[in-house]
Design a protein around this ligand. Structure first.
Ligand SMILES: Cc1ncc(COP(=O)(O)O)c(C=O)c1O
Length: 458
């Protein structure tokens, strides 16, 4: 079996999670106790404005953000009962769509048994999930550490690399995004997110993404090279084929650990099981989060080779730990999510629907070259780069008005990401594309030709 189809027999895990399928919500929309839809909106906005994030609350209100109340599959319903196709996809979380019934059932069952670990005994589901990931991950990546988010998993990977090599230097890529805790932020690329918090971790070198020639020099004496197979928040940048293979060779030559951050690209998103499968590369550390537990319970993980784990932690097994990491609810969700990924053949669907989506956005780019500079992507990770950031402020709210969510990428606000669930249908892709086309046309009609300086493309 190839990695594209799973690289291991996910079917083995699926039998335990077979439940009846349901496709549409059967209960009326819930207003969370508010007496009407307006009251729920006003209460939520006021709470955000006073108690959550005042400036963000205003920006969200201006861009027309409603209140989300329910979600299933590719659809989110707002407080007014309006349905939206979720093409923002929780920034990559909702690989299985929202509230997949098999994942929800597995979590519900575990909730009745035991929700969090007592930490003093073995946890059966944590063991099963680690074993499933060992079967799934490339090569001999077979030891898993579980955290609760992508950034925590990245922190764990960075610490592992320092402990395993006894070196301190990290090499990362320009415009990368690895999370917002201090270590992950230090290896990320956007200054605006970093400047208020310095000094971050020291001994970090950033190299241009996609440029293999600089790696042998940069990696001399490095603990690790951390890299995304496709830069997601950097603006959906697909590197040249062979880039990760060259990175592997440069790491082998220098003794550096290759950390492949698949928080966004992993588990089918790119139309293959892992983004690193595109180059047939075995990383030393594979970082996962977002879609790992099917969008139902937060989880993060890194999966590493026994040799790396033992070099770091053979004598100090409690030196890196997490109270909630790998809790039974998250593990139940993840095991069910892996089973669904296999049973519904979602990797193949991501590939086919991704081609459809990219072709559609390219056609829009061809029709509106003054607005759209380029469409690019891999699988269901598609970016639409605008000629000017100024268009994004019209296009995203217009799409929302048209019943489709979208978002710009965090490090490149001129790039709109289209990241629907891997369960998306051909008809939903066409509906999403119609909303993109309508929003681009409106932006052009309203704003005319806007001029910008440079491309985000490296
Ligand atoms: C590649 C990558 N790594 C790490 C992260 C951080 O994940 P989290 O937001 O769960 O901390 C993200 C989030 O977008 C990501 O795309």
């Amino acid at each position: 079996m190839t990695h594209e189809s799973g690289g291991f027999d996910l079917g083995r895990w699926s039998a335990a999670f077979a439940v009846e399928d349901s496709s549409q919500p059967t209960t009326p929309l819930d207003l969370y106790g508010a007496h009407d839809a307006r009251a729920l909106y006003d209460e939520t906005y006021e709470n955000y404005k006073s108690f959550v994030n005042p400036p963000l609350a205003r920006v969200m209100k201006l861009s027309g953000s409603p209140v989300e109340v329910r979600a299933l599959g590719s659809t989110i319903w707002d407080h007014n009962g309006k349905a939206y196709l979720d093409f923002a996809g929780g920034y990559g979380v909702f690989t299985l769509g929202h509230s997949h019934p098999r994942v929800v059932a597995a979590v519900r069952e575990q909730l009745e048994r035991m929700s969090l670990s007592g930490k003093t005994m073995f946890s059966p589901l944590l063991g099963r999930l680690a074993r499933a990931l060992a079967d799934l991950a490339p090569g001999d990546c077979s030891i898993s550490f579980f955290a609760n988010s992508g950034t925590e998993a990245v922190e764990g990977a960075l610490k592992l690399a320092r402990a395993a090599t006894g070196r301190t230097k990290f090499v990362a890529t320009t415009n990368a995004y690895h999370g917002k805790t201090v270590g992950a932020l230090a290896v990320s690329g956007r200054d605006a997110y970093k400047t208020p918090f310095g000094p971050l971790l020291g001994d970090i070198v950033h190299v241009p993404y996609g440029d293999a020639a600089v790696l042998p020099d940069a990696l001399r004496d490095a603990a690790a090279f951390i890299v995304e197979p496709v830069q997601g928040e950097g603006g959906i940048i697909v590197p040249p084929l062979g880039y990760l293979r060259a990175a592997r060779a440069a790491c082998d030559a220098s003794g550096a650990i290759l950390i492949v951050d698949e928080v966004q690209t992993g588990l089918g998103r790119c139309g293959m099981l892992f983004g690193c499968d595109r180059d047939g590369v075995v990383p030393d550390v594979l970082v996962l989060a977002k879609g790992l537990s099917g969008g139902v319970v937060p989880i993060g993980a890194f999966v590493t080779r026994p040799s790396v784990w033992n070099a770091a932690y053979a004598k100090q097994p409690l030196v890196h730990t997490s109270t909630f990491g790998g809790n039974p609810l998250a593990c139940a969700a993840a095991l069910a999510a892996l089973a669904v990924l296999h049973d519904e053949d979602l990797v193949a669907n991501a590939r086919a629907r991704g081609e459809q989506l990219l072709a559609g956005v390219r056609a829009i780019a061809a029709d509106y070259p003054s607005v759209v500079r380029e469409a690019r992507g891999l699988g269901l990770l598609v970016g639409m780069e605008l000629q000017s950031e100024g268009y994004a402020g019209t296009i995203v709210p217009e799409m929302l008005r048209g019943g489709v969510t979208a978002a710009w990428t965090l490090n490149a606000q001129r790039v709109i990401r289209l990241e629907p669930p891997l369960v998306v249908t051909a008809e939903e892709i066409e509906r999403g594309l119609a909303a993109v086309r309508g929003a681009v046309a409106t932006a052009f009609a309203k704003l005319g030709v806007l001029v910008e300086t440079s491309s985000t493309h490296t």
